[in-house]
Design a protein around this ligand. Sequence first.
Ligand SMILES: [Zn+2]
Length: 246
Amino acid sequence: MSISPKEQLQQLIVLQNLDDEIAEHKQLLADIPIQLDSGRAELEEKKKIFSNAKEELDALQKERKDIELAVQGENDHMAKAKTKLPAVKTNREYTAILSEVDAIKEKVSGLEDKELDIMEILEEKQKEVPGIEKICKEEDARFQEYKAKKDAELDRMKQELGVLVTKREAVGGQLDRVIMQRYEKVAGSRDGRAVVLLQGSICQGCFQQILPQMAIDVKVGESIQQCSNCIRFLYWEEVPEAATPK
Ligand SMILES: [Zn+2]
């Protein structure tokens, strides 16, 4: 089965368009996981802020409890010291117990001051945490929505890519094997652009002028021509005259 050079050229143009679309799909298929990773990383960061805030809150609560226990311990200690008072026989003993009690009172007062400071911080943190949690939940919901959209896009892209590849095989199969091999070679060395438009006598692949005879042949379109500079296949497209505004 052999088709005319003119038809082959038409098929080459179709092939180029298909390859452009395939490349675009492949790019998107590669981009989507990256976009998802970056969205996920952003979400993780917000979750980390939330868990840090919660940890801080827990630590403060624990610290407060520890202080309360320490205060209780000191108070027990003080009560025990006081029970010794009725049995005291000397002034010295009496003074010693009183100064012990005073020292404990001072310690307790210091602990209570510290507890107040912590309670103040706690109150503020407790106000902050629900806000952070809310942002986190909203962000999570937004990401899940984004992910569902991107997953659907990924599926659609894969399906479309399958269709494009099948079409490409069909078009490639109609082309002369030598032409097809030449196309693959040019596409491989020219970043996927193997078939380009000729404008005037300028190749739109390398923007060099081609020989006048070749330009004529390209315009006639009955043969397959390749730019002598960049070896891309050339085709001519009749540009419809632009409507001149009055
Ligand atoms: Zn060229």
